[in-house]
Design a protein around this ligand. Sequence first.
Ligand SMILES: [Zn+2]
Length: 92
Amino acid sequence: MDSKLEHKHKWYRFTCKDATFLLIKCDYSKLSLSEKFLVKTHLLICVFCRRFLKQSKNIDENFRSCAHDSSVHLSPEKKQSLSQLITDNTKK
Ligand SMILES: [Zn+2]
């Protein structure tokens, strides 16, 4: 994880983009304490990211249940609709 982020952001300047980056691109459990704090603080004040997190958790669970069944593959249409869902939920 890039620790430069810690120095770059104060909680009040922490954007949705930053929050979703940390939540999605990084493994949350591996974030530093201050990064977790930033994300949690942001989630408290931002309804968009709360919604996004809820949606992405659902998606994550769907993926995980698919992973247990090797015969299940996402169709291109399904992938498209999932990425559309993520895009819609990250839009302000
Ligand atoms: Zn946000």
